[in-house]
Design a protein around this ligand. Structure first.
Ligand SMILES: Nc1ncnc2c1ncn2[C@@H]1O[C@H](COP(=O)(O)OP(=O)(O)OP(=O)(O)O)[C@@H](O)[C@H]1O
Ligand SMILES: [Mg+2]
Length: 359
């Protein structure tokens, strides 16, 4: 009896998703692309994690790999695990994976036109998902589809539910995608830059909506974005990726206020001053500064810390040895950094912000 209670408690307390050493490669004509290397993290039930980083840093590939959605070949999982409720997504048979996608794990992608089927009504696409994953009857599913459109803020849902994607505006299509993503009340919603193509007002409305739904449904969210303003507005934790690796990770305020990775610092420096992180307490987020240099060529990834060649504070060791992602010294619990240098020391001795910006 006690053992059973312990097992139930353990299950409740275990993270919803445990990613361990996830490594993804693409075998191309030009060579092997090191897209994702040794990515490890835990996602708690109900947690919202923002994943940020420049183009090509492995943000999309890491989630696509977990969902069994990278093209194989050229893609391959070269190692690791992604335990969702204790089951490894990376080795799950395709049939079970299909049951999870759109069921316990909802997904929203950047371009709704390529994800929505243009020849089926929006309502039908929601109904299909509801019938397949939770076995609703036809009439119950249509009723629920209209409720979902209403929930995501689409006016006249009973009329809209019978329309085709091209009859929706861009913002409405994105909302419809969210409706499909959350239709089966997933435990985890994965959103890959779902608001990038939208104007700021619609973007803000969608963020509001996701915040509301997260509370209502208690779902965990992985939100991939380029926008630090979105991070400040929506996430509990932020994970900064570069060159297929996690550079820094932790509670949003801790990472913004007590930045430990030179790469994160560079990203924050590149924000215009009206961005939301300023309100979250980012010192020095008031000038648009580009990080000098170029992202690494993932066909020939650097030997050590991938950011080292662009980091003027890199040490000899950064160039030759990949730093592990560990708890940052004297930082908030769960604030992790992968760096051989100590950004606090560098900033104290340099007395100014990095990359030539004024603090
Ligand atoms: N099908 C593919 N074949 C070869 N390489 C690929 C393929 N898909 C992705 N890659 C490579 O994997 C790396 C990671 O790409 P990924 O799409 O995850 O970047 P990202 O961080 O999502 O960038 P963005 O912000 O532009 O969406 C890149 O170097 C990319 O070129
Ligand atoms: Mg991407």
């Amino acid at each position: 009896m006690i053992m059973r209670v312990i097992r139930i408690l353990e299950k409740r307390m275990a993270p919803l998703l445990q990613v361990r050493d996830l490594t993804v490669r693409f075998d191309t004509m030009d060579g092997v692309v090191h897209a994702v290397s040794g990515v490890s993290y835990d996602l708690a039930a109900g947690e919202t994690l923002a994943v940020v980083g420049e183009s090509g840093s492995g943000k999309s590939v890491h989630v696509l790999a977990m969902m069994g959605l990278i093209p194989k070949p050229p893609g391959r999982i070269a190692g690791g695990q992604a335990l969702f409720e204790g089951r490894d997504l990376l080795t799950l048979p395709e049939k079970e994976m299909r049951a999870l996608r759109g069921g316990k794990i909802g997904m929203i992608f950047q371009d709704p036109m390529s994800s929505l089927n243009p020849v089926l009504t929006v309502g039908f696409q929601i109904v299909e998902s509801l019938r397949k994953h939770i076995g609703l009857s036809k009439s119950a599913a249509w009723k629920r589809a209209a409720e979902l459109l209403d929930l995501v803020g689409i006016a006249e849902p009973h009329r809209r539910v019978k329309q085709y994607p091209h009859q929706f505006s861009g913002g409405m299509r994105q909302r419809a995608m969210i409706a499909i993503g959350i239709a089966c009340e997933p435990k985890l919603l994965i959103a890959d830059e779902p608001t990038t193509a939208l104007d700021v007002t619609v973007q803000a409305q969608i963020l509001d909506l996701v915040r509301k739904l997260r509370k209502q449904l208690g779902m965990a969210v992985i939100w991939i974005t380029h926008d630090m303003g979105v991070v400040a507005g929506i996430a509990d934790n932020v994970q900064v990726m570069y060159g297929g690796r996690i550079q820094e990770r932790g509670p949003v305020r801790a990472v913004f206020r007590d930045t430990r990775s030179a790469y994160t610092w560079g990203l924050l420096q590149s924000l215009p001053d009206h961005d939301a992180p300023a309100a979250a307490g980012v010192a020095g987020a008031h000038r648009l500064v580009q990080i000098p240099g170029y992202p690494p060529d993932m066909l020939r990834p650097p030997l050590g810390d991938p950011f080292a060649p662009r980091n003027r504070y890199a040490t000899e060791r950064c160039l030759t040895e990949v730093p592990p992602l560990v708890q940052a010294e004297g930082a908030a619990p769960g604030h992790l950094v992968a760096a051989w240098y100590d950004l606090r020391q560098v900033r104290a001795t340099q007395g100014a912000a990095l990359h030539g910006a004024t603090a």
